[in-house]
Ligand binder design. Structure first.
Ligand code: ASP
Length: 434
C-alpha cells in the first residue's frame, strides 16, 4: 500500500489516554507516516480547548493584565499529558519563551499557534519520531494568504523519504518567519497540504465521529453515516452548513485526486466516510441534507425586466454597496430575487426593500426569517420524481418551501423554508429519502 497522511483533531489528542489511541492507530499500519496534530481539544463537555486558552492569555497580555494564572493553566494541560504518558518532552524552555513573547506583545497568531507546536513536540517525543516544523515551510504572504506553490515545494523538500514525522497543524509563517495561522479548525488544511506534497495514497482525517452523517444528529438522532461521497457533494454540503472538515482542506487534495477518509479515533474499527474524486455504481441514495438559518429574500419585479440592460448587475451592486451578498439568485420573467445572509428586523428589511425600489425602479419586497436547506446526492435533481417528492415531503409535514432552486447543479436542490419550519422540514426529507 502507499503512503498515508494522518491528521488527528483536538479531541483525538486532548489527553494522554487519547494519545495512546493515536499510538495504537499508527502501530496498526506502517504506511501511516506523516502525522499532523492539533492542539489538545476538549476532554469532555465544559472543557476548554488549549487554542482558546492561548487566545485568552494573549488578550490579557495585550491589555497589560496579569496572565500568569491563565498561562499556568496551559502549562498544566501539557504537564498532565506528559505525566500520564510518562514522557519528558523538555517543554520548559518552550514555555519560558512563549511567556517572554506574551510579555513582549506577541501577535494573536503566534500565541494561538503554540498549542499545535507544543503538542507536536510532546507527541513526537512520546512516539520517538522526529518533529517537523511547519514555520518556514507552510508559507503565507503578508496578508495572511497561503502561498500554495511555495508551500508545496518547501514541504516536498522537507518531508523525509523514509520513516515517520510528527507535524504541527494550524500554522506556518511568512517568509521572514512571522507566524501565521489558518482560520479555526485549520489543522485540516495542514494535513491536506502535507498529503498533497507527499503524493499520499489517502489522507486520513481522524476525529471523534465515524464519518459524515447524512444530516445533523441533533435534528435526526438516527441519522446514518455516509459511506462515500464525492468532493463535489462534500463541497455542496459544507457550503450549506455541514461541518466535519475545514472547507479549505478539500482544495489541495482534490487537485491531486487524493481521497479523504474521515475516521473515528475512539472507534478505529469503523470504516468512516470516504471522500472521492468520483463515485461509480449509483445507488440512488442521497448523501446529505444540510442547511443554515439567518437568511432573507429580496424580491424585485419590474415589467419588461429582461429588456433593461445591466439590471442584474445593478441589483448585485446595490447589495454589495450595503455589504450584502446574494448567496443565490432566482430569476423568473420580470422577476428576480436574491437570497441574502442577513438577520434583519422587519423594519430594516422594509427599509432595504424601499431603498432597492428607489434605486432600481422596481417593486421590491423583503421576506426575512428564512432558513436554507439542501438535499445533495448524485444526479438528484434530474432523477424523475425527486423534485416532486422533495416538495411534497415538506408540504405534508406542514413545513412548505417558500422557494426552491433546482439551479444548474444536478447534484443539489436548495429550498428556503421559514426558520421555525427548518427542523421539521429536515426530518421530513430524511424520512422520505433515506
Ligand atoms: N487548534 C486550532 C483550533 O482549535 C486548529 C485545529 O484544531 O484545527 O481551531
Amino acid at each position: 500500500m502507499g503512503l498515508k497522511v494522518v491528521k488527528f483533531g483536538g479531541s483525538s489528542v486532548a489527553d494522554g489516554g487519547q494519545i495512546r489511541k493515536v499510538e495504537a492507530i499508527l502501530d496498526q499500519d506502517p504506511d501511516r507516516r506523516f502525522v499532523v496534530v492539533s492542539a489538545p481539544g476538549k476532554r469532555g463537555a465544559g472543557d476548554v480547548k488549549v487554542t482558546d486558552m492561548l487566545y485568552a492569555c494573549r488578550d490579557l497580555a495585550a491589555k497589560g493584565e496579569d496572565f500568569s494564572e491563565a498561562f499556568a493553566g496551559i502549562e498544566r494541560r501539557f504537564r498532565d499529558i506528559e505525566e500520564d504518558l510518562g514522557v519528558d518532552a523538555g517543554l520548559q524552555p518552550e514555555f519560558d519563551e512563549i511567556r517572554r513573547e506574551l510579555k513582549k506583545g506577541c501577535t494573536a497568531d503566534y500565541a494561538a499557534s503554540r498549542g499545535e507546536h507544543l503538542n507536536a513536540v510532546l507527541i513526537a517525543a512520546y512516539l520517538g519520531v522526529p518533529f517537523l516544523e511547519t514555520a518556514g515551510r507552510i508559507l503565507f504572504d503578508q496578508e495572511g494568504k497561503l502561498l500554495a506553490e511555495e508551500t508545496d515545494q518547501a514541504l516536498k523538500a522537507a518531508l523525509p523519504k523514509e520513516g515517520r514525522a510528527v507535524i504541527p497543524g494550524f500554522y506556518g509563517s511568512e517568509e521572514d518567519g512571522t507566524i501565521r495561522v489558518f482560520s479555526r479548525g485549520g489543522s485540516d488544511i495542514t494535513g491536506a497540504l502535507v498529503a498533497q506534497a507527499a503524493g499520499a495514497e489517502v489522507y486520513e482525517n481522524w476525529t471523534d465521529v465515524s464519518g459524515l452523517l447524512v444530516t445533523d444528529p441533533r435534528i435526526v438522532p438516527e441519522a446514518q453515516t455516509v459511506p462515500e461521497l464525492t468532493y463535489d457533494e462534500l463541497r455542496a454540503l459544507s457550503f450549506m452548513g455541514a461541518g466535519v472538515l475545514h472547507e479549505d482542506a478539500v482544495f489541495p487534495v482534490r487537485a491531486a485526486g487524493i481521497p479523504i477518509n474521515i475516521r473515528n479515533t475512539n472507534r478505529p474499527q469503523d470504516d468512516g466516510t470516504m471522500i472521492l474524486p468520483r463515485r461509480d455504481g449509483e445507488d440512488g441514495m442521497i448523501t446529505g441534507i444540510s442547511g443554515k438559518k439567518g437568511y432573507g429574500l429580496l424580491t424585485l419585479s419590474r415589467p419588461q425586466m429582461n429588456g433593461v440592460k445591466g439590471f442584474s448587475a445593478a441589483f448585485l451592486t446595490f447589495l454589495e454597496e450595503r455589504g450584502l451578498a446574494a448567496e443565490h439568485l432566482l430569476t423568473g420573467v420580470d422577476r428576480m430575487a436574491a437570497v441574502v445572509k442577513a438577520d434583519l428586523s422587519d423594519a430594516d428589511g422594509e427599509a432595504l426593500a424601499k431603498a432597492a425600489a428607489a434605486a432600481l425602479s422596481a417593486d421590491c419586497a423583503w421576506q426575512g426569517g428564512l432558513a436554507l436547506l439542501a438535499v445533495v446526492g448524485k444526479d438528484f435533481t434530474i432523477r424523475a420524481g425527486n423534485p416532486a417528492a422533495f416538495l411534497t415531503a415538506m408540504d405534508r409535514a406542514d413545513a412548505p418551501a417558500v422557494f426552491t432552486d433546482l439551479g444548474c447543479d444536478p447534484d443539489c436542490v436548495i429550498a428556503g423554508v421559514r426558520e421555525k419550519d427548518y427542523e421539521t422540514a429536515v426530518r421530513a426529507l430524511y424520512r422520505t429519502f433515506m
